[in-house]
Design a binder for this molecule. Structure first.
Ligand code: UGA
Length: 439
């Protein structure tokens, strides 16, 4: 099928590349010339495992352009995958989505299905359809379908090629039939609903996962107080298939471009309708506090950070991505800098983006060892494999005072006990150094 995709961020580009992999003829549209040139040369503008390889493999059926008119005019299906960033009041900014809808209306010259993949507030698909229909330049039929995506950054290609489900929200059966054809080679259950239910499935899924994380974080905080161990608790809970063992990792809260935005957007929508989603509100509040958990813990060891050498391991909101959006590092590092800390930081892929915000205030290191040298305290914000597989005996050898505050529970306590460090993690017993060794 001839497919156009608007937007080449995580959603748009990964969708386009995976549809090309399934034999469709795909044109990806972006407003940024330099990005388009990069992609034409087979270079992915975003860091995402396997994406570039798949792009290069499919360059024969994959085109990139800023010329939306040509891309849209004879497409069978147009996917909208542009961003819906959070506005200051917590609602979703839909200006990019509506901008694309206007371009589609002025460009299409044959019947087509417009598929909304961007996460949009419930009811937006109806507005998009009305907007396109009232601005059409040619006498054609257009059907709008909601087809939310469930990919996670870091596993986006795998999640898209092997989705847990394909949700299609339509008002006319013909649009559903066209989308079934688009996805005919994907091995996943197809759920057909009306458009508003599909829009809600996306929000409810993300908000449920955010709630699950905030729940386990609250239990973790209580475990610390009463002397239980959150890893054991989550392990024991996870065997119950009604609960499931995923997304029960306690830590310093969820970040990224989705959970923070989508929880606030649904909460905002409920408020707008004179309603309150109390569970979602609680998930948001718990998360805001949890992100500062390590800095609060550090007060046990220091009154403030003035003159302290602080080692930071991990800057991104999770491993497998260079994305810093809503990353705990962004909330914690300014607090330490304001106090007068000397910060050395390590991250395998997030440094370039972090440098755009803090070009000179931080020393960026290429190795974990360099980061730890002569440090008074170490903060672990991201559970990169390099951190999890790091020889923990080196903390004691390299740091001036080996105090490790681990926001992602990277190490099991039995191994830490042998490493002779002070180790404070989430929802578990704090282990204290027996004797300091000279640096
Ligand atoms: C999330 C969802 O997982 C995807 O299904 C969804 O499609 C996507 O949002 C989206 O709406 O586009 P993503 O934000 O990429 O994907 O990342 P996740 O792997 O879900 O992690 C989100 C945050 O939760 C991270 O900060 C992670 O560290 C945290 N998390 C995750 C925990 O603290 N504990 C866990 O057990 C799991």
């Amino acid at each position: 099928m001839k497919i156009a995709v608007a937007g080449t961020g995580y959603v748009g580009l990964v969708t386009g590349v995976c549809l090309a992999e399934h034999g469709h003829n795909v044109t990806c549209v972006d407003i940024d010339d330099s990005k388009v040139d990069l992609m034409k040369a087979g270079v992915s503008p975003i860091f995402e495992p396997d994406l570039e390889e798949l792009m290069i493999k499919n360059l024969d059926g994959l085109y990139f352009t800023t010329d939306y008119k040509t891309a849209y005019k004879d497409a069978d299906v147009i996917f909208i995958g542009v961003g819906t960033p959070e506005k200051k009041d917590g609602s979703a900014n839909l200006s990019y989505v509506y901008g694309v809808a206007e371009q589609i209306a002025e460009s299409i010259e044959k019947d087509c299905v417009v598929v909304v993949k961007s996460t949009v507030p419930i009811g937006t698909n109806d507005k998009i359809e009305a907007m396109i229909k009232s601005n059409l330049s040619h006498n054609v039929n257009v059907y709008v379908a909601s087809n939310p995506e469930f990919l996670a950054q870091g596993t986006a290609v795998r999640d898209t090629l092997h989705p847990s489900r394909i949700v299609i929200g339509v008002e006319e059966p013909i649009a559903g039939e066209v989308l079934k054809e688009v996805y005919k080679d994907f091995d996943a259950p197809i759920v057909i609903t009306n458009r508003k239910s599909a829009e809600m499935i996306k929000y409810a899924s993300n908000d449920f996962l955010a709630l699950k994380i905030s729940f386990i974080n609250e239990i973790a905080n209580l475990c610390e107080i009463i002397g239980a161990d959150i890893e054991d608790v989550a392990h024991g809970m996870g065997y119950d298939s009604r609960i499931g063992n995923r997304f029960l990792n306690a830590g310093i809260g969820y970040g990224g471009s989705c959970f923070p935005k989508d929880t606030k957007a649904l909460h905002w929508l409920a408020n707008f309708h004179d309603n309150e989603l109390k569970t979602i509100k609680a998930a948001i509040d718990v998360n805001e506090n949890q992100k500062l958990k390590l800095v609060k813990k550090s007060r046990k060891y220091f009154d403030n950070f003035k003159g302290l050498n602080v080692a930071v391991l991990g800057l991104t909101f999770k491993p497998g991505t260079d994305d810093l959006r809503e990353a705990p590092s962004l909330l914690n590092i300014p607090i330490m800098l304001e106090d007068g800390a000397n910060i050395k930081a390590w991250d395998p892929v997030g440094v370039d983006n972090f440098k755009k915000i803090y070009p000179h205030e931080i020393t960026y290191c290429n190795t974990i060892e360099d980061t730890l040298k002569a440090a008074d305290v170490c903060f672990i914000f991201t559970e990169w494999d390099e951190v999890k597989n790091f020889d923990i005996t080196k903390y004691n050898k390299l740091m001036r005072t080996p105090i490790v505050l681990d926001g992602r529970n990277c190490y099991d306590l039995a191994s830490v006990k042998k490493a002779n460090i002070t180790y404070d993690s989430i929802g578990r017993e704090t282990l204290y150094i027996l004797e300091a060794s000279p640096v």
